[in-house]
Write a protein that binds this ligand. Structure first.
Ligand SMILES: C/C=C/C(=O)SCCNC(=O)CCNC(=O)[C@H](O)C(C)(C)COP(=O)(O)OP(=O)(O)OC[C@H]1O[C@@H](n2cnc3c(N)ncnc32)[C@H](O)[C@@H]1OP(=O)(O)O
Length: 296
C-alpha cells in the first residue's frame, strides 16, 4: 500500500461531522438513559458516568435474537447514529441473558436460492458492524451461534458472561458459515479449533472461548454489560482520534501482509505527531497531570 493511500485513509476516516443525539432522561439503570427511536428489534441507550458509551441491545426475544434483515438494518442505523455523535466514544453491542444471537433467521432464508442470494447480495448489509469507525465491544451472554458468533467477531473486543456459548452450527442445517465463521474465526482461534467448530457444529464454553482468544475476558453473566460499559469508558478517556487510528492499525493486521501492516502502522504512528492530542498526551505525562484531549 502506498504512503499516499495510507494518508488518504488516515485523514478521510478520522474526520466526520458531529451531530447531537436526540435524548431524554429516563433512567433505566445507573448512568443509563434511553433514547427516542422507532426500532422494533433493538434498543439503544447511552451509558457511563459521562454518557459517552452507546449501548445497542438486540431485542427479539421470541426468536432468540435471530438476525433477520430488519434487525441487521436497525443495528446499522444505530451504529450510524452513534458514529456520528461526537459525545459517544465507544459502543457496546449486547443481547439477552439467554441469547446474544442464535444466528441468521432460518425462517426468513429457508426459501432463498443461489440466484436470489446473488441478486440481493444476501447478508451484504451485515458489514456495518465491521466498518464502524468507533470501537465496538460485544457483551455476550447465552448463545452466540452462527451469524451471532460472526456478529460478535465483527466487533473489536468480546467480553462474555460465564454461561455464554459460542458456535458455528450451520453444518447441522446443511450449509456453512457465511459471515466470517470460516475466516475471522480461523484467524482468531487457529485452524484446529475453527475446523472442529465448523465441521461438527459443537459449541464451546465461555471459558474455552477465553482460552482460545475468541473473548478477552469472562464475567458473571449479570456483570458483563456493566464491565463492557466500563471498558468503553476507559477507551473514552483517551483521544478519540488516536483511538480511531489505533483501531485501524490493529485491523490492518487481519487484512495485509506483515510488511504492509508494519509500514501502515509506522506511517500512522508518524501521522499522530500532527495531532494536538499527541502533543497534549506527551506534555501531560511529563508534567505529571491528566491529559485534556480536544480531538484535534
Ligand atoms: C450467515 C449466517 C448464517 C447463520 O447464522 S445460520 C443459523 C445458525 N444458527 C443455528 O443454527 C441455531 C439455531 N437455533 C438453535 O439451535 C436453538 O434455537 C438454540 C440451541 C439456540 C436454543 O434452543 P432452545 O432453547 O430449545 O430454543 P428454541 O425453541 O429452539 O428457540 C426458541 C425460538 O427461537 C427460534 N429460533 C432460534 N434460533 C433461530 C434462528 N437462527 N432463526 C430463526 N428462528 C430461530 C426458534 O424457532 C423458536 O421459535 P418458535 O418458538 O416459534 O418455535
Amino acid at each position: 500500500m502506498s504512503v499516499s493511500r495510507i494518508s488518504q485513509i488516515l485523514f478521510s476516516r478520522v474526520s466526520h461531522v458531529a451531530r447531537k443525539p436526540q435524548q431524554f432522561a429516563v433512567p433505566v439503570y445507573r448512568y443509563y438513559s434511553c433514547q427516542t427511536s422507532n426500532y422494533e428489534f433493538i434498543k439503544i441507550e447511552t451509558a457511563g458516568e459521562k454518557k459517552n458509551v452507546g449501548v445497542v441491545t438486540l431485542n427479539r426475544p421470541k426468536a432468540l435474537n435471530a438476525l433477520c434483515d430488519q434487525l441487521m438494518n436497525e443495528i446499522n442505523q444505530a451504529l450510524d447514529h452513534f458514529n456520528s455523535d461526537s459525545s459517544i466514544a465507544a459502543i457496546v453491542l449486547t443481547g439477552s441473558e439467554k441469547a446474544f444471537a442464535a444466528g441468521a433467521d432460518i425462517k426468513e432464508m429457508k426459501d432463498n436460492s443461489f440466484a436470489s442470494n446473488l441478486k440481493v447480495n444476501f447478508i451484504a448489509n451485515w458489514n456495518g458492524v465491521a466498518k464502524s469507525r468507533k470501537p465496538i465491544i460485544a457483551a455476550v451472554n447465552g448463545y452466540a451461534l452462527g451469524g451471532g458468533n460472526e456478529l460478535a467477531m465483527m466487533c473489536d473486543i468480546i467480553y462474555a458472561g460465564d454461561k455464554a456459548k459460542f458456535g458455528q452450527p450451520e453444518i447441522a442445517i446443511g450449509t456453512i458459515p457465511g459471515a466470517g465463521g470460516t475466516q475471522r474465526l480461523t484467524r482468531i482461534v487457529g485452524k484446529s479449533t475453527a475446523m472442529e467448530m465448523v465441521l461438527t457444529g459443537n459449541m464451546i464454553s465461555a471459558e474455552e472461548a477465553e482460552r482460545s482468544g475468541l473473548v478477552s475476558k469472562v464475567f458473571p453473566a449479570d456483570k458483563v454489560v456493566e464491565e463492557a460499559v466500563k471498558l468503553g469508558e476507559k477507551i473514552a478517556s483517551h483521544s478519540q482520534l488516536v483511538i480511531a487510528i489505533a483501531k485501524e492499525a490493529v485491523n490492518a493486521a487481519y487484512e495485509t501482509t506483515l510488511q504492509q501492516g508494519l509500514l501502515f502502522e509506522k506511517r500512522l504512528f508518524h501521522g499522530t505527531f500532527s495531532l494536538a492530542d499527541r502533543k497534549e498526551g506527551m506534555a501531560a505525562f511529563l508534567e505529571k497531570r491528566s491529559p485534556r484531549y480536544t480531538n484535534q
